[in-house]
Design a protein around this ligand. Structure first.
Ligand code: AMP
Length: 589
């Protein structure tokens, strides 16, 4: 950063001061934010039909407007998508839609996008950058960012439809903010917006290597993309070095715009090529490849919480001694909080809610009583029904589902995420991301979440694969209800070949590791069948990623589906046609 903590466009201390001021009286800021949202959108048919009558106070808002899920808004969203330019959900017409990654349900869903969302994205980026930069200052330089846009299409009504990250990357504000934060991407725009993900990935690596000494940090939106990039680097490094030595771009890059933009940066540089080669040759199993190739990098940055946790082990391996810093928490629907304690390891990362970017409510979650939320095709964990509480009323240690009201036309919208309150920053809560609310695996009374599956996979892999120097590259699961009794099926892609005995032990260990007492009890009495472990070919999860890209998803927002519903037939087909071995658990025999 420039001297005295000044960025070109803003001062780090000013940003922190602004955040402190906002969070000191978060309750008041929340009331004012709701007032602004409702005043700007009072003309929206949705609010008028609910009888809000122009009122902007929280009490009237809660009395008139129900909690909703995406499904409840489908009709309104469709009207916008079809080109209805009257005020449907917002006062000003919506001109762009975002495609959420939709990996849970199998297909992306459309949500409104507008300029206010760009603004709040920048506010979140600036806030967490200010705290990060105070703890780990970066110098003048660049960032190697594995970011990718997705396809952009037009809806029937002529609106731009693309992923939220693409909507942000194409905004001028994004570029300005990145420049202000000394975080400009090493790759030209043509690479970020290239139509072929493999070519963009190759060029991101190449452009990063060309600026080997300038790179200040390595990042992606979700950590999966960094791990993915370095798995690819293990296979591509010699070609990349050859391009740098000869100053000629590999003929695998065929997209003319990408080829032209990257070729402009290349000139023969045998000295750099030799240095990079030497650094690669000096590594053992690619441990610490990031600091070896980018010696001035200060950290690795990206969302590492929630469904990204399974990639942390590999990420730490590639990052060597560099700290991992978990990025902020939000969704295509709207942002929630910024990581203002960058020094915490990703497993303990929290997100301080910015009280002026939306109006936040929290549904207290206590297991037991049935809940009538039927939005998701996957069942949800059953909870006691309780009234949502406001931002400043949440309690430390309690779990809640997040409900957001945004400037982009979502009112009391259940995000489907479960968070735990870890503490407060002034009067705004710091949230720890726990998991998606939907239940992953359930045959009858058993209930296992994404987190339970992750822990079971980690336990089995640590017990039986680590000694074999093997790792689980990626994993997914499903419930096979066609067998009687139904059973869990877990799919694993491994980094190499494993002995049958080892896999058999893994399968038993997985079966035993599901912590839910309902599961163990039902397994013992035979009401749930033996868990099946299916090992799939190398590259299977890459095929799944490509399938989602074909549907318009972006690599930048990709999350591997951890449980595949029967309705998600294409992904099931990819998994099932790539099975090489299958084992049935004998853990409860
Ligand atoms: P999408 O709208 O497709 O980008 O997905 C948004 C979802 O990603 C959120 O609802 C969360 O489930 C998940 N997510 C986003 N940020 C984080 C984070 N920092 N930690 C964990 N999960 C996150």
């Amino acid at each position: 950063m420039l001297d005295k903590k000044e960025g070109k466009g803003f001062c780090i201390e000013d940003v922190i001061e602004e955040f402190d001021a906002l969070t000191k009286d978060a309750g008041r800021v929340q009331r004012e934010t709701l007032e602004r949202i409702l005043a700007e959108n009072g003309e929206a048919a949705y609010l008028r039909d609910l009888g809000l009558g122009g009122r902007t106070d929280p009490e009237s808002f809660k009395a008139c407007v129900p909690l909703v899920t995406h499904k409840d808004l489908q009709e309104h969203v469709q009207r916008i998508v079809d080109g209805d330019s009257s005020p449907v959900l917002t006062g000003k017409p919506i001109t762009s839609m975002s495609l959420s990654s939709g990996t849970t349900q199998g297909k992306p869903k459309l949500v409104p996008f507008n300029e206010e969302l760009v603004q709040s994205t920048m506010q979140i980026y600036r806030t967490s950058f200010a705290f990060r930069n105070r703890a780990y200052p970066i110098g003048n330089g660049k960032a190697l960012q594995f970011i990718y846009s997705s396809k952009q299409s037009r809806t029937k009504g002529g609106l731009v439809a693309t992923t939220a990250t693409t909507n942000v990357y194409r905004s001028q504000q994004f570029k300005r903010t990145m420049r202000d934060m000394q975080s400009q991407c090493t790759s030209p725009d043509e690479v970020i917006f290239g139509p072929d993900f493999h070519q963009s990935l190759y060029c991101h690596l190449l452009c990063g290597l060309l600026r080997s000494d300038e790179v200040q940090f390595v990042s992606s939106t979700f950590a999966h993309s960094v791990v993915h990039a370095f798995r690819a680097f293990e296979l591509l490094w010699e070609d990349l070095c050859a391009d740098i030595r000869d100053g000629v771009l590999s003929d695998r890059i065929t997209v003319p715009s990408v080829r032209a933009a990257v070729s402009r940066l290349l000139r023969p540089d045998p000295a750099l090529a030799d240095a990079l080669r030497g650094r690669c040759a000096g590594l053992s199993s690619w441990y610490g490849v990031i600091p070896a190739l980018w010696p001035n990098a200060k950290y690795v940055y990206g969302i590492m919480t929630g469904s990204m946790e399974p990639y942390l082990k590999k990420l730490r391996h590639y990052a060597g001694h560099l700290p991992l810093m978990s990025a902020d928490y939000g969704s295509s629907e709207g942002w929630v909080g910024a990581n203002v304690q960058p020094e915490l390891p990703p497993e303990s990362a929290t997100f301080a809610v910015l009280p002026n970017i939306g109006y936040f409510e929290f549904v207290p979650l206590r297991e037991e009583e049935p809940d009538q939320d039927l939005e998701r095709s996957a069942p949800t964990v059953r909870y006691e029904k309780s009234e949502p509480v406001g931002l400043t009323e949440v309690k430390v240690g309690e779990e809640y589902e997040v409900v957001i009201t945004t400037f982009a036309g979502l009112y009391r919208y259940r995000l489907g995420d479960v968070v735990k309150v870890a503490g407060f920053h002034n009067s705004t809560p710091k949230l720890h991301f726990v998991r998606r609310r939907s239940l992953l695996l359930s045959v009858n009374i058993d209930k296992n979440t994404e987190r339970d599956l992750q822990l079971a996979v980690e336990e089995a892999a640590n017990k039986h694969l680590a000694a074999e120097k093997l790792e689980v590259v990626d994993f997914s699961s499903r419930v096979d209800a066609s067998s009687d009794p139904g059973r869990y099926v877990v799919f694993w892609e491994l980094s190499g070949d494993a002995e049958g005995e080892v896999l058999r032990s893994c399968c038993d260990s997985l079966d035993r590791a599901f912590a839910d007492p309902g599961y163990a009890g039902q397994r013992k009495v035979g009401a749930i069948g033996p868990l099946e472990l299916r090992v799939v070919r190398r590259g299977t999860f890459q095929k799944i990623l490509e399938h989602y890209l074909g549907l318009g998803a972006a690599v930048s927002q990709f999350k591997t589906p951890r449980c595949v519903a029967d309705s998600n037939s294409k992904v099931l087909q990819i998994l099932c046609t790539n099975v090489t071995y299958s084992f049935f658990s004998t853990a409860y025999d």
